[in-house]
Design a protein around this ligand. Sequence first.
Ligand SMILES: C[S@@+](CC[C@H](N)C(=O)[O-])C[C@H]1O[C@@H](n2cnc3c(N)ncnc32)[C@H](O)[C@@H]1O
Length: 273
Amino acid sequence: MSAAHDGTGRAARRRFATLGRSVALFRAFLVEQSDPDHFYGLLAQDSVRQVSGYVPLAGRTVLDVGGGPGYFAAAFRAAGARYVGLDPDVGDFSAAGDSVAGMLRGSGTALPVRSGGVDVTFSSNVLEHVAEPTRMLDEMVRVTRPGGVLFVSFTPWLSPWGGHETAPWHYLGGDRARRRYERRNGRPPKNRFRETLHPTSIAQTLRWARGNPEVELLDALPRYHPWWGRWVIRIPGVREVASWNLLLVLRRTGAEPGGAAEKTELAGGRVAM
Ligand SMILES: C[S@@+](CC[C@H](N)C(=O)[O-])C[C@H]1O[C@@H](n2cnc3c(N)ncnc32)[C@H](O)[C@@H]1O
């Protein structure tokens, strides 16, 4: 099936990334605490549609690093993928009512998965929670088969949401924002600066991608923006704030064991950055 007909390709990605979609995501984000099922369910479905704009998922093995509460499992499986979630926190698996079957307990920095065993490696909003983000990225590359595709998204530290529940006070310093949160709420935040939340930047992540011969950078975009807002990613400095959340799309380089017929069809080709 050609990219024009299977929902992948640049035109499909534009049709998907509308202003209405961005508004719906933002509105759901505002009720994340009071209605997590709505927010995470919508985010998972949105992510699967976004990934499907690059690569068909039916029959593909998807590893979700830091998969969290199980919402993504349902959405990827509904798209026909063979989904495996991985998270260090098993408690997170069941929040969406999913069983622990098909989930791995482990860290993204030491994946319990054989090299080249995965078609699509995916990670949503995890990198900023890991003290050694490039180690996790290297691990994701290792387990992806040559020709396979990686999707990595995260919130940069300078994003308005960079401090998570301590935002926007993180702009005055992570420690100060944490202390302020504790004073106001009588308990420490879940995302504690330099413990469970680390300052991660777009510049540093793009440098890693461009300097790694084992991956080809296919796309880098503000994950939640409409397609016409993606220009922000081209402006160093501005993009750390204005992109809100970065999505990187990478292809694992190297010889593909099954030859050309096994190649992951990647619709729309490489996007110039
Ligand atoms: C903000 S949640 C994101 C959950 C889900 N991916 C999403 O987009 O909604 C961050 C997740 O990262 C996981 N996490 C933290 N450290 C990790 C690590 N070293 N390796 C893999 N996952 C990790 C947490 O347990 C948590 O489930």
